[in-house]
Design a protein around this ligand. Structure first.
Ligand code: LMR
Length: 330
């Protein structure tokens, strides 16, 4: 009885967190997919659940994907290690979280390098962009299955940040990205790297004064509740590496592997087709929920560009000028 009620409680928790609860049969190989975002309208939640639904239907009897959202299985600091250890088989971390494995992904973080998500998607389809999917395969066994766009990023704080000097002296939560840290320093503000699951509490208690994220993350994590407003700075991209390990992939029979990769590819294309609409809907959801959004004049926007773009030169020798040119010119 106790067991039943515990099982029901975890089922209810899983459903409220947007988990795709799979009923795996005993003969099926369980494939765990861990990620850190939540809600039901987040593009990563939707794409992860679509991937699970498709594999569970089309590869029924062979593979069974179970999705664990909201850092419920592994959070930011543990998920890559868990993939290395084989404790999870699928992840979709932000490209800003690979600093311990490669400098090259810093290209996605350079402020104002991509005009919009279409520009970023074009880059991911170039030979240089495709090559980066396997950047960490040789030494970490990480295999990129595709890039999932999340959105452009905006600053939130307890005051409008219309020009960079408005942020002077403030403390901002950033992901574990050296580019992001230098970008915040360029605003004469202090960066504080922190796991995604800790951001709401840190904003609420004043451990940090602000953060930068997409509409979907600001809405689904309710950051607008603990920040007076979000400023539409559009300064940086947030995108994910939908990934697995070469160990898992090579353990699949060739035909299954091909089918798995094909589904991953289809889901990636669909996710990137739908992401702009999801971002627009979550922007509207923030306003509906009482959040405030500040827009910038072209002159104000130019001040952000002038402050942040010099950061590029600090990273050119790590990322490579060719890669930066390929991304900027895509
Ligand atoms: C963040 O840490 O702010 C984001 O990378 C979370 C996510 O996965 O969208």
């Amino acid at each position: 009885m106790k067991k039943i009620s515990l099982a029901l409680t975890s089922l209810a928790l899983a459903l409220s967190a947007g988990t795709a609860v799979a009923n795996c049969d005993s003969g099926e190989r369980v494939v765990k997919f861990s990620h850190v975002t939540g809600g039901t309208t987040h593009p990563k939640v939707v794409a992860a659940n679509n991937f699970a639904d498709r594999v569970n239907k089309e590869m029924n009897g062979k593979l069974c994907v179970e999705v664990f959202p909201n850092s419920t299985l592994f959070g930011d600091s543990k998920e890559l290690e868990a993939l290395l250890l084989g404790d999870v088989q699928l992840l979709a971390p932000s490209l800003s979280k690979f600093g311990s494995y490669t400098d090259k992904y810093g290209v996605f973080d350079l402020p104002f390098i991509f005009k919009d998500m279409d520009h970023a998607i074009r880059f991911t389809k170039t030979p240089e962009g495709k090559k980066l999917l396997l950047e960490m395969d040789e030494y970490a066994g990480f295999v990129g299955l595709g890039y999932w766009m999340s959105g452009m990023k905006y600053f939130s704080a307890n005051k409008p940040l219309l020009v960079p000097s408005d942020a002077e002296g403030m403390k901002f939560r950033v992901q574990t990205s050296d580019v992001a840290k230098q970008m915040i320093a360029a605003m004469d503000a202090s960066p504080q790297a922190m796991a995604f699951s800790e951001v709401y509490g840190a904003l609420q208690t004043g451990v940090v004064d602000g953060q930068e994220n997409t509409w979907s993350n600001i809405y689904t994590k309710k950051f607008y509740e603990v920040q007076d407003s979000v400023t539409e700075t559009n300064h940086q991209l947030l995108a994910y590496l939908f990934m697995t390990s070469s160990e898992f992939l090579s353990s699949l029979p060739a035909a299954d592997r091909a089918q798995f990769i094909q589904i991953a590819d289809d889901v990636t294309q669909e996710a990137n087709l739908n992401v702009k609409a999801a971002e627009a809907a979550n922007r509207a959801n923030i306003l509906k929920a009482g959040g405030k959004i500040n827009t910038l004049t072209p002159a104000q926007r130019q001040e952000w560009v002038d402050t942040m773009k010099p950061v590029w030169s600090q990273f050119e020798r790590y990322i490579g000028k060719d890669l930066i040119d390929a991304a900027a010119g895509a």
